[in-house]
Write a protein that binds this ligand. Structure first.
Ligand SMILES: [Zn+2]
Length: 463
């Protein structure tokens, strides 16, 4: 029987040329079509990935109505899963060549999706080939899921779980090595007031729910510019100008991702604080600014009574990513929380809604996805981390994150490579979603080896 190392070396060129086949298809989400809910390109790349699976010897492939595809081998009562994705984010400017043409440069593969996630998806698929070719008896079947909507909402995996059988254990090769066994809960909501007549004619802060904003602009009528200038005196985070008879205040904060907001300065909070300090507002408008000011006073959601620590994850956080004065005169305040296991998902929902209500705002739309946590001492988790360390010579430990991968949507699922945030690489190599997105060929081959070893050893574990 071939060793895993021999197999990986023998399949290197084939893997790379199959990655080129997927990279060549522009699979950015577009308008839905019949049987292609995420557009033609995404469906095309999914079918191409399933075709590759057939060539590799999988017993069955299935296009699940364009939402997701799978390739299966072995028993179906209990099976393991590998879930990657074939959709990509839009391309950026400044590539060496077309992002849809695979480039090999100085030991790296470059192209949109080589790292996120076409390359790792195929490395997982090729790992299964080892078990097929070497007739390794399968106690559990293996199903590779070809996701189609990872980048724009993960409705693909929701569709799959509603209509198809779930693996007993799965990993997603769409994050960092060695292994992530927990993700914080994610809650996001728009809190909206009734229409308010007042002095604020325009309010616009932040560009996304999941980013602490570094800029907020407010335009006011019938206020004295001097009062504002006096309140802002000595603080270089404010700029005050006049435009068409309105006073315009712009604040500059420090941006940060909602998952890591600890060193941020919220530009929305700065505006609210200044308007309160200058005491230029009254009634409902003043109350809404007080609300924004209190929400942004900490990044821990203290004002909403959701703060807490659980000794596993980082503290629960809550940021105010966006504020708007809307066309109908109402105010919109968007909040985004990354929470740990110290609070139940429905309790968090309740407390945010109750606090908002006290201040005259209602939860308009929200999303809430609870935290997941797998015990790092679980045999599969421990074994897979060990394999990473054996293959690479590293000595890393499993970790938890604040972001979200497919893993949070499924039971018994971890994320497992392929990226290595601490690895040194040339400055021109782009990360996920970036220009000249690249992956080290050496690291890709190690991931391939790690996935293969893991699939062999997972067959020995009781699920
Ligand atoms: Zn991804």
């Amino acid at each position: 029987m071939q060793t895993v190392k021999e197999f990986v070396a023998a399949n290197k060129d084939a893997l790379i040329s199959d990655i080129a086949r997927l990279v060549a298809i522009n699979s950015v989400r577009t308008a839905p079509q019949d049987g292609a809910p995420y557009g033609e390109g995404v469906h095309k790349v999914e079918l191409e990935a399933l075709k590759i699976a057939e060539e590799l010897g999988f017993e069955e492939t299935r296009d699940c109505e364009g939402y997701i595809g799978y390739a299966h081998v072995g028993p179906k009562d209990k099976f393991l899963g590998i879930i990657g994705h074939s959709d990509i984010v839009p391309v950026t400017e400044g590539w060496f060549q077309s992002p849809f043409e695979l480039l090999e440069k100085d030991g790296y593969l470059v192209g949109r999706g080589v790292l996120d996630d076409k390359g790792p998806l195929l490395a997982g698929m090729y790992a299964v080939k080892y078990l097929i070719e070497n007739n390794i008896p399968l106690r559990y079947g293996i199903r590779v899921l070809v996701g189609c909507d990872e980048e724009t909402g993960m409705s693909d995996v929701e569709y799959y779980l509603k209509n198809y059988q779930e693996p007993v254990f799965a990993f997603t090769p769409d994050a960092d090595f060695p292994l992530c066994h927990g993700e914080k809960g994610i809650y996001g909501a728009n809190l909206v007031s009734a229409p308010v007549d007042g002095k604020i004619v325009y309010l616009h802060g932040g560009i996304a729910s999941n980013v602490v904003p570094d800029k907020c602009v407010v335009k006011l009528k019938d206020v004295c510019p001097k009062c504002l200038a006096k309140a802002a005196e000595g603080n270089d985070r404010y700029e005050i100008t006049e435009e068409d008879g309105l006073v315009v205040v712009t604040s500059s904060g420090i941006a940060a991702h909602a998952g890591m907001p600890f060193d941020s300065v919220n530009a929305n909070g700065l505006i609210a604080d200044l308007l309160l300090k200058a005491d230029v507002l009254e009634g409902e408008e003043k109350k809404i600014m007080e609300f924004i000011s209190k929400v942004t006073e900490t990044v821990y959601g203290r004002f909403m009574h959701i703060d807490g620590e659980d000794g596993v994850f980082a503290p629960t956080t809550l940021i105010c990513g966006m504020v708007r004065k809307q066309d109908d005169g109402s105010f919109l305040v968007n909040v985004n929380s990354r929470y740990n296991t110290s609070i139940a998902p429905d309790e968090l929902e309740k407390r945010v809604a109750a606090t908002a209500e006290e201040w005259g705002l209602k939860v308009k739309d929200f999303e809430n996805s609870g935290p997941f946590y797998l015990d790092p001492e679980k045999p599969a988790v421990k074994m897979m981390c060990d394999i990473y360390n054996e293959v690479t010579g590293d000595n890393e430990k499993p970790f938890v994150i604040s972001g979200g991968t497919y893993a949070r949507h499924m039971n018994n699922t971890i994320s497992y490579g392929p990226d290595r945030p601490n690895a040194k690489q040339p400055a021109w190599v782009g990360g996920c979603h970036m220009t000249n997105e690249g992956i080290s060929i050496k690291h890709l081959m190690e991931a391939f080896e790690i996935y293969t070893e893991a699939l062999v050893k997972l067959q020995e574990i009781e699920f």
